[in-house]
Design a protein around this ligand. Structure first.
Ligand SMILES: Nc1ncnc2c1ncn2[C@@H]1O[C@H](COP(=O)(O)OP(=O)(O)O)[C@@H](O)[C@H]1O
Ligand SMILES: [Mg+2]
Length: 300
């Protein structure tokens, strides 16, 4: 019965593109333009498979539409909110993906036809999210992955996705203790990911950090007041994340650190890249790494 319901909900969504009233995603401050999106047949089949297994019960609206992927809100078998990331088979990033995957022993030998590369990329993000979770770094909890479809925990509430660090209102980002605390939490997450997860995010910036608790707070202000809900930064988008053993890992680590120090400097927090690299790697290692990253860049 549950299976039938699941299928029905998805079929209904495919024809109507919407959840039943009351479950629809509300428009919010984060609304970005999302084009109409039509699933290709293999993607639909994969969604049906997940639905039959009871992993997805209903499919909600689009959360984001990027060049590589689209993300949808969904409801899982236990009524939990899910994010479904579907990688586009026709992504223009195809060649760049091969560069990021080669050199990773987890995915050797790599088949280089388009479909295989995209499927491997989805698996790579899934495995990276798993590694990060196991290391104790806050990322969306990965739930399942098949072909180009990755299912994970939804960060946000009632279909409203958590804002990205980039989207936070300016008054929340004035330099005060809270801002420094947020920065240090992020650096500590990079360090844990590096040391325990043996991973470098490799695309970390204010666009790939979302703030859990923000939407929950907004929804709470409409209800009787309770204790203030804490804000928690969550790292997302780990398809390109690399093992620390990857030849370009150090270079990407530096770039991640640079992106964050530049962002926080704009908001009045003055940490230098060098001191942050030392916080992550220790003084000696950071100096070596700086030389290696320099040499790596030379090689292109
Ligand atoms: N698990 C998630 N929960 C809620 N929103 C998400 C989740 N994953 C991604 N998003 C939203 O979708 C956007 C795009 O996702 P992302 O993984 O960064 O893909 P890309 O940048 O490659 O398009 C994010 O900026 C974020 O707003
Ligand atoms: Mg992103």
């Amino acid at each position: 019965m549950a299976e039938k319901e699941g299928l029905f909900e998805i079929e209904k969504w495919v024809s109507e593109r919407q959840l039943p009233k009351g479950k629809r995603r509300k428009k919010d401050y984060r609304d970005r333009k999302t084009e109409q999106y039509v699933f290709d047949i293999p993607t639909l089949e994969t969604l049906y498979k997940f639905s039959k297994k009871g992993i997805i019960k209903a499919l909600g609206g689009p959360v984001s539409q990027g060049k590589e992927s689209v993300i949808f809100h969904a409801i899982g078998g236990e009524d939990e909110e899910l994010a479904i990331k579907m990688y586009k088979i026709n992504t223009a990033h195809f060649n760049a993906m091969i560069d990021y995957i080669s050199g990773d022993p987890r995915f050797e030998p790599l088949r280089k036809d388009r479909r295989s590369v995209i499927y491997t990329w989805a698996q790579k993000e899934y495995k990276n999210l798993k590694r990060a979770t196991e290391a104790g770094v806050r990322v969306p909890r990965p739930i399942a992955c098949d072909k180009n479809v990755l299912i994970m925990e939804f960060i946000g509430k009632e279909g409203i996705a958590a804002p990205r660090l980039h989207d936070l209102p300016a008054d929340m980002l004035k330099a005060d203790v809270e801002l420094e605390e947020l920065f240090l939490r992020l650096i500590s997450a990079i360090k844990t990911l590096y040391e325990k997860g043996m991973l470098v995010h490799a695309d970390l910036s204010e666009f790939n950090i979302v703030m859990k608790g923000y939407v929950e707070r907004e929804l709470q202000t409409r209800a009787p007041a309770g204790a203030e809900i804490a804000l928690e930064p969550v790292l997302i988008d780990m398809g390109q994340s690399l093992l620390v053993s990857h030849p370009h890992a150090e270079r990407y680590l530096k770039r991640d650190v640079q992106n964050l120090t530049v962002f926080f400097r704009k908001h009045g927090l003055a940490y230098s890249e060098e001191e942050v690299m030392q916080m992550i790697q220790g003084a000696e290692r950071a100096a070596e790494s700086s030389q290696r990253a320099y040499r790596g860049l030379g090689k292109g």
